[in-house]
Design a protein. Structure first.
Lengths: 230, 230
């Protein structure tokens, strides 16, 4: 008798996400939900992106972490519209937390809003926040089997980032296997191979500016446990 | 009115975990719940551990992943008692899944059982599986802020592993900061700095054989959201 409760929670979340999406549309802001495991480089990517695009676009950030305001502190040097959400033992952001954060941002002034989700490959996937696109992020340090082991993120992602390719010479990582797994799971999502630390993020900036200009909502396929397993 | 449901789930989990623990005690097997983010090196550590200790101790593994049986396939070369649990969109193992897996293992023959939890720094922390010790695993590729951002794992861990120290020359990682954060969060948990890929795992093997011989259950402090934040 617990499944109905979970369904209600998701239904409530989806309704708030719908309202968030309407507010984002009204404000003319494109919203990306960035999802990846702890340490794949999400905050560093946003630092680099703010440095590159901050003079061209008005950008805001909602940063989620279980504890500390370290991400917001790192990003505050590059943007004024930033809110840190501490989730405590919560493993993902939900639409209501995003709605609360929106109240502390001047979203009407923004062109682009990043939601940096809690570092977690699983739980954030199933929660609609009202974003236009969910973007999945991996790093070569994690090993090439992570897309296959965690297929739900690539399945719903509008694009997949593979970070830290500068370390390919120093870690065991089968790039062909990773590419093949992604193609099998979601052939439509482009794989953007980057090195944030070496400032090689052109594929990401190209994808982002194109997505932001198009302003289309990425329609992910239905979230189906059991699909895409090898 | 949703909190009582969550409490009931946890109460049921705790009761099954208690039964698991009694069964482990009766079988004379020491049980470690290994928790870390995707790609920190959990499976590689178990491979190396089975190679080193497999001739001395009878070792079993319960491996959790959202999808694929790749971990079990990797470990099957080193041990006979192995079960893979696919959690689908589940973000952690629970006591009932472990109980089901126990039915497929000859636990009476084992000295040591590893439960390799789903790659996730958050959700597995709050679920008792009946283990003697939870061990937390990080890697230098993830950045030095991860213990501070995810304090609940180090707070309950009997020991903390820091893997991939061979990469310290190639990635930005403030080792002093990481050590200081851990000391602040849980000064009692030893920090075991290792490189699985270079076979430098002596601190782990020493800790493990000592813990296994002592057979004491690690009594973690209460899980308290909000504590240990900087």
């Amino acid at each position: 008798m617990k499944i109905p409760v979970v369904e209600n929670v998701l239904k409530l979340n989806d309704e708030i996400a719908r309202q968030n999406r309407l507010a984002f549309e009204a404000a003319g802001v494109y919203v990306v939900d960035l999802i990846g495991a702890p340490g794949c480089g999400k905050t560093a990517l946003l630092e680099a992106t703010l440095q590159k695009l901050g003079g061209i676009l008005e950008i805001g950030v909602i940063a989620g972490d279980p504890a500390t305001s370290r991400d917001a502190e790192r990003l505050a040097g590059y943007c004024d519209n930033i809110v840190q959400i501490n989730t405590g033992n919560g493993c993902h952001l939900d639409a209501n937390q995003v709605r609360q954060a929106m109240g502390r941002l001047d979203i009407a002034s923004l062109d682009l809003l990043f939601i940096e989700n809690v570092g977690n490959l699983i739980c954030p996937v199933g929660f609609d926040l009202g974003q236009h696109s969910k973007v999945g992020m991996f790093s070569v340090c994690q090993g090439a089997d992570k897309a296959a082991k965690h297929p739900y993120l690539p399945l719903v992602a509008a694009a997949i980032l593979l970070n830290k390719i500068d370390l390919l010479a120093h870690v065991p990582f089968d790039l062909q296997q990773f590419r093949a797994d992604l193609k099998r799971i979601n052939a439509a999502a482009p794989l953007l191979e980057i090195s944030v630390i070496q400032n090689q993020i052109a594929p990401w900036l190209n994808w982002l500016t194109h997505a932001c200009t198009g302003r289309g909502e990425h329609r992910a396929p239905e979230y189906q446990p059991g699909v895409a397993e090898s």
